[in-house]
Design a protein around this ligand. Sequence first.
Ligand code: ASP
Ligand code: MG
Length: 404
Amino acid sequence: MSFIVQKYGGTSVGTAERIRNVATRVAESHRAGHRLVVVVSAMSGVTDGLLKLAREVSPEPSAREIDMLLSTGEQQTIALTAMALHSLGIKAVSLTGAQAGIITDRLHTKAKIANITPKKVFEYLDSGHVVIVAGFQGQNDDGHITTLGRGGSDLTAIAMAAALKADTCEIYTDVDGVYTADPRLVPTAKKIKEISYDEMLELASLGAKVMQARSVEFAKKFKVKFEVRSSFNHNPGTVITEEHAAMEDVVLRGVSLEKNQAKVTIIGVPDKPGVAAGLFSALAESGTNVDMIVQNVSAQGTTDLTFTINKDDLPSARKVIEAQAAQIGARNHTAQDGIAKLSVVGIGMRSHTGVAATLFSALAQAGINIQMISTSEIKISVIINESEGARATQVVHDAFKLGN
Ligand code: ASP
Ligand code: MG
C-alpha cells in the first residue's frame, strides 16, 4: 500500500464523461489498497470563462472578488468527482482548499502557500475515504478565499504531497509527459524519461506549458519527486527528480518557446547609480514580473535599458514606466508586444561546449533575427518575433538532433 497524491488537470475533468473516467482510475488505485488524495482543476475553459464574465461586468475587477469567483470552478469539479466515485461504490469526500487546511498569504490572485494543516484530510483518509481537494485555492489568515496563480492546482498537489508526506505524486494531464519541444510545433519531439528539477523549471517557466513553474520550485525545495503522465492512457510519463551524474551526458534536454512577451526600451537613461533600482522597484511594487534585462554601454552620460515582461502585464506596467521615465529624465521609451522567447535547456551545457554557436547558426540559416540574448548555466534564451516562433523551434530542435 502506498500513499499517493494524484492531480487531474482541466482537460482530464473537462466533461462529465471524463470525470467518470477519472473516477474509474481513482477507484482502481483505491481498490488496490492505496491511500489517495486527489487534487482537481476546474473543468477546462471554466476559469477563462469566469474571468471573461468578470471583465464584462467591470473593467478592473477587484482581486478579492476574482478569487471568490474563480474558486468556484474547482468547487464544481471536486463535488462532481466525489459524486462519480460514490456511484462506483467508493467512499469519497470533497474538500475546498480552506477545508483541507491550506493557508496562504494575502496576495489575491497570486497567493503563496504559508502552511498546511491537513487535519480533516487525515481524518477522512483514516476512515477509508478518498479525499478530493480543490486545486488552485486556499484561504488567508483572515478567512478570505485566495487563489495561487494560473495553473495553481499543480502547486496544490505538490504542496499537499509534501505536507502529507505522501510516497508519490502523480500529475495527470492531457500530454503523457515532458517532450523535447512542444509536439504541436515539432512533430518529431520525443518524450523525456527523467529530468532534474532545474531543467523542468527552465522548461516550465520558459513556456513548456506542462506545469506551473512555482509548483516545480516548491517540489525542488521540499524534494517532492513527481511524475507527469496522461489521464487518457497508461503510458509511463516523465519523472522529475533530483539531479544525478548520468543526466549530464545529454547536452540539451529541450527547446521551449514562450509567447505573449512584450519588450520595453527606455532610451537616454542618465548613467548614474540608483536609476535601475528605482525603475525596477516600482515595477516590482506594481506586481510586474520582469524577465530579461539588457543595458547598453553608456555613451555621453546616458544609456538605453531594454527588458521583457509578460504581455498581459503591459497595460499596468505602462503607467509605471511612463511615471518612472519622466522622473529619471529619460529621453524616450517604447513598448511592443508580438515578442517570443526561445530557449534551449540542459544541465549538460555545463560540461559541453558549442551550444551557443549551434543555436545562433541554426537561427541565422533560417533568416531569423535575434533581438536579445541571455544565458545561464543551463540555458540560452533569445528574443525573436512571435510570428517566427514555431519555425525557430523546429529548426533549433533539428540542429540539436533532439527528435526521433
Ligand atoms: N483552474 C485554474 C486555471 O485554469 C487552476 C488550474 O487549472 O490549475 O488556471
Ligand atoms: Mg495546468
